[in-house]
Ligand binder design. Structure first.
Ligand code: 9MR
Length: 382
């Protein structure tokens, strides 16, 4: 053995030993870095709020610092919805969403768009639910839908690389498609959805087009999952331009348990069967709205945070075993601003702890679990 060989061998061995001795030194420090190791973008929802408001907005310096530390991609939690952009049939109000996109672009983030059509009457603006589509309802309704999608997609162009074109069209109770004023006017929901995707493809040919829904892996979602599979099959058969399924991933432990890993283990096979069928049809996957609902876990912070982290880790390990999985987004980074606080208060009144940072914007075990899962996932395949 020559001197050179010996020296490089020794150096290599020393480096290996050092890496083994200090594994923490090689673990990525942020969610963004962990995802990037496997070719993915990690991100979060954020908000617009008036300056000075304690909110999940870019104007809140403490929250903006978290976004900048951990995120490569952002999505507006509410400000791109019809309810925000469309005060009336003849008006668009882009002020808040424009400000968000500008801030994101200035700070080097990618942006997802949520959502070009929330196909659910409950979340339509009132005027759209009550719209009189006149003598030729199919044409009039399609014109309103077209104008909306075309205007939004063309305004932002290459600034938005991925759209939730359609959100939550499947009724979880039946697995069938929800009806809306648009579907009644246009001869069925399938026509509305196809129309939305075709218009989006024409207006934003560069963008990833996503069907986004909350069918999840817990018990009770069987009809919802079956309905989403049926819809994806129909899109496939009709050649509707849908690139990916957005798996919202508001996962949760609803029944009392102290063993989150065991619950996850039980749910895994059925969930994999669902994902296998989605990717077998050629769709990619996006995690669009990740957080953890913790009402089944004990109130004590220690066991609760452990349970949330274990459940999330098991779930993310499954999702991240699919090379078809691209972007991974949380629905907010901090418990302080999470929708879960208002939507689903725990029976004991404790604040839900489903986000990677707590009420005081301190990182929690969930964040470590997410970093670990992202770092060891299979690389994404484009
Ligand atoms: O988190 C959002 C909340 O602030 C809004 O009031 C609500 C209605 O617009 O929407 C919430 O976000 C939902 C998302 O748009 C679609 N998937 C479910 C999300 C949580 O309800």
């Amino acid at each position: 053995m020559t001197m050179i060989d010996r020296r490089s061998l020794l150096a290599g061995g020393a480096a290996l030993l050092a890496a083994q001795a200090t594994p923490a030194a090689t673990a990525p420090a942020t969610l963004k870095a962990a995802a990037a190791q496997r070719g993915r973008r990690f991100g979060s929802a954020f908000a617009w709020a008036p300056p000075g408001r304690d909110a999940a907005s870019f104007d809140n310096l403490a929250y903006a610092a978290l976004l900048q530390r951990d995120c490569a991609v952002l999505v507006a939690e509410n400000q791109m919805k019809w309810q925000a952009l469309r005060p009336s049939p003849d008006r668009f109000d882009f002020a808040q969403f424009d400000a968000m996109v500008d801030w994101a672009m200035r700070h080097g983030f990618a942006m997802r768009g949520h959502t070009l059509l929330w196909a659910y009457s409950k979340w339509f603006p009132a005027w759209l639910n009550n719209q009189d589509f006149g003598q030729r309802p199919a044409t009039a309704a399609a014109a309103i839908l077209d104008r909306h999608i075309d205007t939004v997609a063309k305004r932002y162009g290459g600034k938005i690389h991925s759209y939730d074109v359609v959100n939550e069209a499947v009724d979880p109770d039946t697995g069938g498609l929800r009806e809306t004023s648009l579907s009644r006017a246009m001869g069925g929901t399938a026509n509305v959805l196809d129309h939305a995707f075709r218009t989006a493809r024409a207006a934003a040919p560069h963008a990833e087009l996503v069907y986004n829904d909350y069918m999840s892996w817990e018990d009770g979602n069987e009809k919802h999952r079956a309905g989403v599979l049926k819809l994806l099959e129909e899109f496939h058969r009709r050649g509707t331009p849908v690139d990916a399924l957005g798996v919202q991933s508001h996962i949760g432990l609803f029944q009392p348990t102290t063993n989150a890993a065991a619950v996850a283990h039980r749910l895994e096979p059925e969930w994999r069967r669902f994902l296998d069928r989605v990717v077998a049809m050629g769709y990619r996957l996006v995690i669009t709205e990740f957080d953890v609902r913790d009402r089944g876990l004990p109130a004590a912070i220690g066991p609760r945070d452990r349970g949330v982290a274990d459940f999330a880790r098991a779930y993310l390990d499954i999702m991240l075993s699919y090379p078809e999985l691209g972007d991974v987004l949380a629905w907010g980074l901090s418990d302080r601003y999470s929708w879960l606080r208002g939507f689903e208060p725990r029976p004991d009144g404790a604040i839900a702890r489903g986000c990677p940072y707590d009420m005081d914007l301190r990182p929690k075990p969930l964040r470590d679990a997410m970093i670990a899962a992202l770092a060891v996932g299979v690389p994404t395949k484009r």
